[in-house]
Design a binder for this molecule. Structure first.
Ligand code: GLA
Length: 626
């Protein structure tokens, strides 16, 4: 009975949604400060828990000497493995000074000498902790000699119960600039785990169940992280920090991460294998409306320099880099830079590739074409050019046709392409151009041409201007588009842990929320927004915006075919235009609104009555601002 009550509570709380009513003010409040995707280096993919201060500093020195710092990689982040214990009498965290000698400052070990050193190099410093009582290494690197020591209580080095104290220590006393906060304390200390059963660690009944969104406590986890956000803000009110939420795409963090952190992981850990890298990319590729300046989808740290992306696999290394660039993903180097070849450093530094990632407009690339083998993604840049990536996912050569329509450019006017890797203009084309890509290759260009809307833009071209205030999802479902792989690092002698990332049904650019082509009463729309009914999307406008227009209706792919939906456009909190309730299989209607003087519009699709057949899918066809 108790279990049932808990299950109901969890299922119910998973549905918490913001109100449908327009608020008239941009609701995203940045956490910390990262107008462009954070860049730096982290110890984890290079060393796991075998870190030493010397290894970290050696990579930091290469960051400076090789010009990587100049290219933007400035945050030097210590990941798991730095701690010795939590002191019994006052709860103060002790540093493992055997590994970090400069921290041996007397009775109170301190990482301040380390951060001072990093800051003196012109860099920023990052640290790692866990939102629960214990960290990931304590559950997954049980054989490491570098795990926290002492009693079970002394080994509780995570934030739980000590949040304000630890945050004050990390950001006040120790002066860090960046904090990555993992969630193993919430997921990996159930009573059945060997490290708990043995009495080594205190039990924490899991509130995150990897691979099972319905067993995970979404609201409870969100509350812990928003508490952390507040604690950090109190210590650093100027907001000069990055908070990296590490929940591996679980507990629907792909939807609420933007309200709790500067960046949030959208999938399980990356590994240095091509297939795992692609899996992580897939977990961000459909989340274009959730990122923008100050808030970034995080497919995890780079593996460039390692395994399938090492000096003998420079093509794969470029592909990995190109994918992270087009996705506006944080760029955290994860290799031992003291050992890496100059060719790998050149890939990480490639100025025109990094510039695409760091573009000031902060739009994530949008999928313009995708089948199982080939993808084309297009990212609108601040100066109106487009970055375009062609990606051959397969192990054999593949043919691509890039069209003006992919770029939302005029098919009758010339389009100039520039190769971002070669840093060279590679000619112009009109209409379309053919390419043949090698196995696993990704080409990355910038394109200049006449836009389809010469005096405006489709909302789907600028996803970073959109905030999903309410997605309309009523029951969380697993996203089948991020390929549901078993972990490539796992053994095959068991059933495997399958990932399950919620967020399926969230709004999409140029696609329905369920990855179908947009269409209303058989009229297809190549451009537009697909979303569920009972949703509210906020769109920031550039000064001088005159008119919003769209062709709206219930999408042909809808599961719920009986409920009616009305479409409303609100400007700065005032209703500007609306349709009468519309039903499935009725033709799309024109909806337009005068935007003069308006700063923010809200697009509301309001459902009338329930639909027992399922969610009602709606289309804002050709939604545009002119
Ligand atoms: C988790 C995180 C990784 C890394 C390790 C450290 O697995 O997802 O990025 O921080 O913990 O133990």
């Amino acid at each position: 009975m108790k279990l049932l009550a808990l299950a109901l509570l969890v299922a119910f709380s998973a549905q918490a949604q913001q109100p449908l009513a327009a608020t008239g003010r941009w609701q995203h409040q940045p956490v910390g400060s990262a107008p462009t995707p954070p860049m730096g280096w982290s110890s984890w993919n290079a060393f796991r828990v075998d870190i030493t201060e010397a290894k970290v500093l050696a990579s930091a020195q290469v960051i400076v000497d090789s010009g990587l710092a100049g290219a933007g990689y400035r945050s030097i982040n210590i990941d798991d493995g730095w701690w010795l214990k939590r002191r019994a009498d006052d709860g103060r965290l002790q540093v493992r000074t055997g590994l970090f000698p400069s921290a041996a400052t007397g009775k109170d070990s301190s990482l301040r000498p380390f951060t001072d050193r990093i800051h003196a190099m012109g860099l920023k410093a990052g640290l790692y902790t866990d939102i629960g009582r214990n960290a990931c290494s304590q559950a997954y690197d049980a054989d490491s000699p570098n795990l926290p020591e002492g009693t079970a209580a002394e080994r509780e080095v995570g934030l739980m119960g000590f949040m304000r104290q630890d945050v004050a220590l990390f950001f006040g006393e120790w002066n860090f600039d960046y904090l990555k906060v993992d969630g193993c304390g919430l997921s990996s200390y159930g009573r059945d785990r060997p490290h708990v059963a043995s009495g080594q660690y205190r039990e924490y009944p899991p509130t995150i169940v990897e691979g099972n969104i319905n067993q995970s406590d979404v609201e409870g986890t969100k509350k812990l992280y928003t508490g952390l956000k507040q604690a950090l803000h109190d210590v650093r009110p100027r907001g000069d920090y990055v908070l990296s939420v590490c929940l591996w795409g679980t507990v629907n963090v792909r939807s609420w991460g933007q309200d709790a952190g500067t960046m949030w992981r959208t999938s399980r850990d990356i590994a240095n294998s091509f297939s795992q890298m692609v899996h992580n990319f897939d977990s961000v590729a459909t989340r274009e409306f959730y990122a923008g300046p100050g808030r970034w989808n995080d497919p995890d740290m780079l593996e460039i320099g390692n395994g399938d992306f090492d000096s003998s696999h420079l093509l794969e290394a470029r592909t990995h880099m190109g994918l992270w660039a087009i996705a506006a993903a944080p760029l955290m180097i994860g290799t031992d830079l003291s050992k890496v070849s100059p060719a790998v450093i050149d890939i990480l530094k490639a100025p025109e590739v990094v510039a695409i990632n760091q573009d000031a407009a902060g739009h994530q690339g949008v999928i313009a074409y995708a089948d199982s083998d080939r993808q084309i993604l297009v990212k609108t840049l601040a100066d109106g050019r487009k970055a375009v990536l062609l990606f051959n996912r397969t192990g054999s050569p593949a043919k691509f046709t890039l069209t003006a329509e992919h770029l939302k450019m005029d098919a009758t006017a010339p389009i100039a392409l520039r190769d971002a890797w070669a840093r060279a203009d590679v000619g112009t084309f009109t209409g379309q151009r053919e390419f043949e890509l090698q196995a696993r290759e990704a080409l990355l260009f910038t394109a200049s041409g006449k836009h389809l809307l010469p005096r405006g833009y489709f909302v789907s071209e600028r996803p970073g201007n959109v905030y999903v205030a309410r997605d309309g999802i009523k029951a969380l479902e697993q996203d089948p588009v991020a390929y549901r792989s078993l972990a490539s690092w796992g053994t095959t002698d068991n059933g495997g842990t399958r990932p399950a990332y919620a967020g399926w049904g969230g709004p999409r650019a140029d696609s329905t929320p369920y990855d179908q082509a947009l269409s209303v009463q058989r009229q297809a729309f190549r451009h537009g927004i697909g979303v569920l009914a009972d949703s509210r999307l906020q769109v920031q406008l550039a000064p001088g915006s005159q008119r919003f227009s769209a062709r709206v209706g219930v999408d042909d792919s809808t599961r719920g075919k009986t409920a009616a939906v009305s479409f409303e456009v609100w400007g700065d909190g005032r209703r500007l235009a609306a349709t009468a309730p519309m039903k499935f299989n009725q033709p799309a209607r024109d909806l337009s609104a005068d935007l003069r003087g308006v700063k923010l519009i809200e697009l509301i699709a309001r459902q009338h009555g329930t639909d027992t057949a399922g969610p009602v899918v709606v289309t804002w066809g050709e939604a545009r601002i002119e």
